[in-house]
Ligand binder design. Structure first.
Ligand SMILES: [Zn+2]
Length: 224
């Protein structure tokens, strides 16, 4: 009997906790003080729209932000501290994005983009890292991160793999921490574009990215 009273007594507190966790502002505050900081970079923004398609209508900058917000939500739930380089439709210079990552003492930099090709048949997801000759440690970690995130995306979305690749992009080259660019699918492919726009796919890719990041950190911990 005593147990039932404890249960009934604790219901209001459980409800309060549930409401609290539903609020993203509170959720980021309650993440533990020792939480790992992760920078999520939604590509493009403002006047820089990225790649676009007319049929179905799709703008890269919007998709990137939508995915980035969902990734933040899932990483919050996993106990990470997430810093966004943009959280609205603003133009943020690449140098500022790198600066945000350095100032937040982030452990990794994850940039989210969508792709475009001349042929409407090109499809699939790919992840880039920078091969730094001066900082091989960062190169190895960036590659490890890419290799954790890509399979995780593919498992969730069922998309074709275009592999983990080396890329000489500003944010990858200039970041001080392990960094990757995710190209989550082709806006120039009408079938893939229709999928990319769906909330179902957005949730799948975001969960895939968050799981992959989590796997990267857990893998690094166990290899210590
Ligand atoms: Zn892009």
């Amino acid at each position: 009997m005593k147990r039932y009273w404890i249960l009934i007594f604790s219901i209001p507190f459980l409800l309060m906790a549930a409401v609290k966790n539903g609020n993203p502002k509170v959720a980021s505050v309650v993440s533990s003080p020792g939480a790992i900081t992760v920078v999520i970079d939604a590509g493009h923004g403002g006047t820089d729209r990225g790649t676009r398609s007319k049929q179905p209508f799709c703008e890269e900058k919007r998709l990137c932000l939508q995915t980035a917000r969902l990734v933040r939500k899932y990483l919050d739930q996993l106990g990470y501290h997430v810093v966004m380089t943009r959280n609205n439709d603003a133009f943020v210079p690449l140098s500022r994005r790198v600066e945000i990552a350095s100032q937040s003492s982030s452990s990794i930099f994850v940039s989210i983009h969508y792709n475009s090709a001349r042929s409407p048949l090109v499809e699939g997801a790919e992840v880039f890292f920078y091969d730094s000759k001066e900082n091989q440690k960062r190169t190895i970690s960036s590659k490890k991160l890419a290799e954790a995130v890509l399979p995780s995306i593919l498992r969730r979305t069922g998309f074709a793999s275009r592999g983990v690749k080396k890329g000489n992009y500003y944010v990858l080259r200039e970041s001080a921490m392990p960094a990757i660019i995710i190209e989550g699918g082709f806006i120039s492919n009408p079938q893939e574009c229709a999928l990319l726009k769906s909330i179902d796919y957005q949730e799948k890719i975001a969960k895939g990215i968050a799981d992959g990041i989590d796997r990267y950190f857990k893998g690094s911990k166990s290899s210590l």
